[in-house]
Ligand binder design. Structure first.
Ligand SMILES: Nc1ncnc2c1ncn2[C@@H]1O[C@H](COP(=O)(O)OP(=O)(O)OP(=O)(O)O)[C@@H](O)[C@H]1O
Ligand SMILES: [Mg+2]
Length: 246
């Protein structure tokens, strides 16, 4: 199958001449429709930056990004907006991405596609999909537990009916039970769409992904199948454990 997302030679640097950070130093990769990909690596290795670039939100200084055949940064703004609508985002810090004046239901309703917004049950349906039934929609996100908030963030991402779900550390900081609930939701959703997920947890990566990309210092240092053949995944674990900071 042809690539849904393909990037080549991506360089993304931050800061000026004095304090320059090379967050991505020449990243090339392809993601096929329907694939689930986990991105792992130590803190500061460029994972969130990569997600922003792949989702066509953040413009790299050089390199090429193609999504569904569209050369994103040389296309017209209108085309780029259409490309961005194909992505659902679960940001690294969900709470700070919610408007504090909004209820959880408002947060999700605001993201609905125009077609879905006509359906009065659309928000309830999305809350059901992430396992938040009952009065959750009326609550303010700040009053929810971390896991509940994360599921509101996933419901908001699904509200755009995305082809691709981009999730940045969706289980970090949650207790085991809350993690399980979030992973169950993502496992159900990955059946119908492409998933790119950043995680620090190798077990989560192996369970959720077909493929694992390891970043270090702004580079992809490994790109391997999650069920890497040989010794029941032990080889993969050895490779990943050899990655500094993981
Ligand atoms: N907007 C920004 N301005 C300046 N530097 C930035 C910016 N965004 C990222 N960086 C720097 O780029 C590097 C990569 O950051 P990034 O957030 O992609 O790392 P990460 O792998 O997601 O880390 P973490 O696991 O801590 O979330 C870091 O050194 C970071 O400080
Ligand atoms: Mg990050």
């Amino acid at each position: 199958m042809s690539a849904l997302i393909s990037c080549h030679g991506i360089v993304r640097t931050f800061g000026g001449r004095r304090r320059r950070v090379e967050a991505l130093r020449g990243v090339s990769l392809e993601i096929t429709t329907g694939e689930s990909v986990a991105v792992v690596g130590r803190s500061g290795s460029g994972k969130s930056t990569l997600l922003g670039v792949l989702g066509a939100l953040d413009r790299p200084q050089s390199g090429e990004l193609r999504i569904g055949g569209v050369n994103v940064w040389s296309a017209a703004e209108r085309e780029r907006r259409a490309v961005r609508r194909r992505f659902g985002w679960v940001p690294q810090d969900a709470l700070s991405s919610f408007d504090p004046r909004y209820s959880a239901g408002d947060v999700v309703a605001e993201a609905l596609t125009p077609a879905a917004a006509k359906d009065s049950k659309a928000v309830a349906e999305l809350f059901g999909r992430v396992g938040l039934t009952g009065g959750f929609a009326a609550r303010r996100p700040a009053t929810l537990s971390g896991g509940e908030r994360q599921r509101v963030a996933i419901a908001r991402a699904l509200a755009v009916a995305p082809d691709v779900l981009l999730a940045d550390e969706p289980t970090t900081g949650l207790d085991v039970l809350a993690q399980e609930r979030v992973l169950d939701v993502l496992a159900a959703e990955r059946r119908d769409r492409t998933l790119v997920m950043v995680t620090h947890d190798l077990r989560v990566a192996r369970r959720m992904a077909d493929r694992i990309i390891v970043m270090d210092g702004g580079r992809v240092v490994a790109d391997v199948p999650a069920d890497m053949p040989g010794s029941g995944g032990r080889e993969l674990m050895r490779l990943l454990e050899a990655t500094p900071g993981l």
